[in-house]
Design a protein around this ligand. Structure first.
Ligand SMILES: NC(=O)c1ccc[n+]([C@@H]2O[C@H](COP(=O)([O-])OP(=O)(O)OC[C@H]3O[C@@H](n4cnc5c(N)ncnc54)[C@H](O)[C@@H]3O)[C@@H](O)[C@H]2O)c1
Length: 244
């Protein structure tokens, strides 16, 4: 068990990669606070995890909501060891027709949400003297530029956020890294037209989409002591679709 007795906060945990990360963390011995903006879905997602995962309703782009989640973790668990900033959203817009409200929502959830959760998690870790691990979620598109402007800008911004936090929090022994998924089989991909999907798969050297569990295994590595000398880095899990 790589995460025995660790307390983790995982955002966007109701489905897709977040749900897989919660399950893998529990299997590795962690207690998980599994957060999502979708109250019904997060309850259902952790229902069978028998007290090892607790549902938290949280909007990551709302400061009060993130602070309330962190206060609950402090009250109930008294510490936090791992933050996984997995919550993310997108919108299919061409640049010239991008509504400003879509820019605000996508950048708000992906980048501001990661900042808010990291700040509140790091405050709790520092106050308890915890040598914690923070994992932020980018996208292979941040390197290739393939994708809508708000999504790609937010995911490239996350790499910068990671590097800044890695330097600033190193003195407190908190490690901060970026997980960079490639195309992965989750509900986020379900709206993509088949033709687009087939051309996406054709561009992946390993010839298939990733599975959420494969992302979760890499997150366990970054969260665990196996990665004790790894901070400020990009770890790409993308079937070879880009070298980051
Ligand atoms: N699926 C892919 O191919 C792919 C590729 C590269 C990067 N990513 C990134 O990986 C992460 C996980 O992706 P996924 O495919 O599992 O996504 P998904 O859409 O399947 O799940 C995302 C979850 O985040 C939640 N969420 C959205 N806004 C939120 C908010 N404001 N506060 C709290 N929760 C919120 C949703 O309710 C949902 O449960 C995201 O950051 C995504 O951008 C995904």
């Amino acid at each position: 068990m790589k995460l025995k007795n660790k307390i983790a906060f995982v955002t966007g945990a109701a489905q897709g990669m977040g749900a897989a990360i919660v399950r893998e963390f529990v299997a590795q011995g962690a207690t998980v606070y599994a957060a999502d903006i979708n109250a019904e879905a997060i309850d259902a997602s952790v229902a069978d995890l028998s007290g090892k995962a607790h549902a938290v309703v949280c909007n990551v782009m709302d400061e009060a909501s993130v602070q309330a989640a962190m206060a609950r973790i402090n009250n109930e668990a008294g510490r936090l060891d791992i933050l996984v900033n997995n919550a993310g959203t997108g919108s299919v817009d061409s640049f010239l027709d991008t509504p400003v409200e879509n820019w605000d929502r996508v950048v708000g959830v992906n980048l501001k949400g990661s900042f808010l959760c990291a700040r509140e998690a790091a405050r709790l870790m520092v106050s308890k003297g915890i040598a914690g691990s923070i994992i932020n979620f980018s996208s292979t598109g941040a390197a290739t530029g393939e994708g809508p402007c708000h999504y790609i800008a937010s995911k490239a911004g996350i790499m910068g956020l990671t590097r800044s936090l890695a330097r600033e929090l190193a003195a407190q022994k908190i490690r901060v890294n970026t997980l960079v998924p490639g195309p992965t089989d989750t509900p986020m991909m379900s709206g993509i037209p088949d033709e687009w999907m087939q051309s996406m798969i054709a561009a992946i050297p390993l010839g298939r989409l990733g599975q959420p569990a494969e992302i979760a295994h890499a997150v366990v590595f970054l969260a665990s002591d196996d990665a004790s000398f790894v901070t400020g880095q990009n770890l790409a899990v993308n079937g070879g679709s880009a070298f980051i």
